[in-house]
Design a protein around this ligand. Sequence first.
Ligand code: NAD
Length: 428
Amino acid sequence: MNIAIIGLGYVGLPLALQFARSGAIVLGLDVDEAKVKAINDGRSYIRQIDSGVIAGEVKAGRFSASTDFSRIKDVDALIICVPTPLNAHREPDLSYIVNTGKSLAPHMRKGVLVVLESTTYPGTTEEDLRAVLELGSGLKAGVDFHLAFSPEREDPGNPDSKIALIPKVIGGFTPACLERAKALYGMAVKTLVPVSSCRVAEAAKLTENIFRSVNIALVNELKVIYSAMGIDVWEVIEAAKTKPFGYMPFYPGPGLGGHCIPIDPFYLTWKAREFVQSTRFIELAGEINTAMPDYVVAQAAAALNAAKKPVNGSSILILGLAYKAEVDDDRESPSYVLMNLFKERGAEVSYHDPYLPVIRPTREHSHWAGTRSVAWDEATLKKFDLVVIATRHQSVNYNELAKWSACIVDTRNAMASVQTRPGQVYKA
Ligand SMILES: NC(=O)c1ccc[n+]([C@@H]2O[C@H](COP(=O)([O-])OP(=O)(O)OC[C@H]3O[C@@H](n4cnc5c(N)ncnc54)[C@H](O)[C@@H]3O)[C@@H](O)[C@H]2O)c1
């Protein structure tokens, strides 16, 4: 089986390796020349993926990468894993999918299978992607080529998450498309979950992520309510989760981050408008989660106030730039929102993250580009008036933090099992 995977990011690269491991010959395509070169050199650019694993597959001749889309003319299946962000008006930005479709279409041969994996609203595969592919190739979906949608279920930072063992939802444009897609994924994934259409598969992915967004909003709201009552929400969750049925723990935090939970729900709210449907629950969850950084800043101001210090002029360290523990991914990270809010209030802001030594240039955070993670030592830490724990990386030594820092705002319950002084740690 010859496969091309388009988009070699957090989703596409592990998927490519899984197919290569399963015996497929995988061609990775990306517009980013640096990624293509890294793969062909056997080098990883994602923390959780070992360079040796890439090098092994490249050496065995099962994996190579290119920017040349004309090379797809010999492959049996094309799997698209490109970004699906929101635009400046917080509306779905399908341009990556559309551009990928435009690049692939002229080189598509009869009988090829095209699968979209990018998270998106119901209808994208059958309407938007199909239209560009048919227009550019002159081929008809379901007749001349097969078309399917199968969402990715990556759990970044979780070492037990193995693509092969995560059940894979698949929807086909026609029953024959579904059968082809099942045959493809069956070689690399243990459990397949076929559904009746691409739309159902697209909706299943959005449902999973909206479920998370709504439940995180709920615990974030409970955190604020219980805090006013002098109750620690983390202790409450530990107790509640001992119920063996009907409860699933979600944890509060400084706000939502990553490429999925803050974005995907709004793919559905946008599409729902076309059907004159309101999406109050989803919007409310978004509102509560978006307000979390303000709550953290208010708690930080109270903590500084107790030490007779204003935010203005204080020196504040954000501990953790990644949006979740154990990853080097800072997309949509609430740490940036916190940094901006503190800076606007006149604080001097720094960050420490063992996995992100320097802030890369991005459109959203260009003013932080080039800022470096400060060193982790007593002299450096002692200089800060306040440390805000935004991400709970395991490799950070929280005992040292307790020894070196006078005032800590903890949004992740990282200090729970650490010996601290009275009045030293504020939960937020
Ligand atoms: N990261 C996750 O944990 C995760 C989990 C589930 C689903 N998803 C979804 O998977 C999709 C991809 O996410 P990701 O995290 O891998 O993104 P990413 O930004 O890490 O990777 C996307 C890759 O696509 C490449 N690319 C962009 N335009 C291209 C084009 N026209 N042709 C070829 N390559 C192109 C980029 O250079 C990049 O390497 C998104 O829809 C996302 O919502 C992500």
